[in-house]
Design a binder for this molecule. Structure first.
Ligand code: ZN
Length: 262
């Protein structure tokens, strides 16, 4: 992996798409988008999409099926399949796509990418997250970013947390500044030390399995360690791995993702 952080500022006028509320119960994206809409750009185009407005209104994650498991979508499908089809028409033309989420777990300041080509790495470094996780397409499945050229998903923390809102917003601003789409108002933002993870698979969960309380996201689970309880018996890990998005309430049949760290 090429770790050198090289900021670029393209001479052309980039098209940036910010997507929020792919999940209707994650409102932080909507708040950020309303704030972004007030920004005056020096160059380029900023398109903002509140993806699943109907689900937002109904305070639901989705109407028919998870929108972020519905790409590339269908012209004549169910509600989310049609939405996915129409959203992809816009994001396909974008140079950069930023997809805002929130989590129900202790996950913080995590950016997810599905490719390691240079443009994607430059993009994610410019966003300046604390952690990056590579989730290749075989695991990312039918998610939006898997179908975009240069895209990042942001999972910065709990939905109603002030820190999630603040840090997600400032990451997006950091990118817009580096692309010279807006003036850098504040003193130079410090480049954070970034931890890089690669998601290798999922940890499957059955209905009554319970995660052990001491399991924390990004904290190594060692081979032989008991990480959950199934039918009153400890579930022993067969390998060393870093848990990512473990305990996410929206995931019915998995505990979360298993990753290695570079
Ligand atoms: Zn989400």
């Amino acid at each position: 992996m090429d770790y050198k952080i090289k900021f670029f500022s393209s001479d052309k006028k980039p098209i940036v798409v910010v997507v929020g509320c792919l999940h209707g119960d994650e409102l932080v994206g909507k708040k950020i988008i309303f704030r972004l809409r007030k920004i005056k750009l020096k160059k380029g185009t900023l398109i903002t999409i509140i993806a699943n407005e109907k689900a937002v209104k109904q305070r639901k994650r989705f109407i028919d099926q998870d929108l972020n498991r519905s790409f590339p979508g269908k012209r004549n499908g169910n509600y989310e399949e049609i939405l996915a089809y129409n959203i992809l028409k816009i994001t396909k033309k974008a140079d950069f796509v930023l997809d805002i989420h929130s989590a129900t777990t202790d996950v913080k300041d995590l950016a997810i990418i599905t490719k390691t080509k240079k443009a994607v790495l430059n993009f994610v470094y410019a966003i300046n997250p604390r952690r990056i996780a590579l989730m290749k397409k075989d695991i990312a499945g039918k998610s939006l970013i898997g179908y975009c050229k240069t895209a990042v998903s942001l999972e910065y923390g709990k939905d109603n947390s002030r820190a999630t809102y603040k840090n997600t917003f400032s990451s997006i601003i950091s990118f817009l500044e580096k692309e010279k789409m807006i003036d850098a108002k504040n003193k130079k933002r410090e480049q954070r030390k970034i931890d890089f993870y690669e998601i290798k698979g999922v940890a499957k969960k059955e209905k009554n399995d319970v995660l052990k309380k001491n399991i924390k996201n990004f904290k190594l689970i060692k081979k032989g360690e008991i990480f959950a309880i199934r039918n009153n018996k400890g579930m022993v890990s067969k390998e060393n791995f870093y848990p990512i998005l473990f305990g996410e309430e929206a995931y019915g049949d998995i505990f979360g993702f298993k990753a290695t760290k570079e």
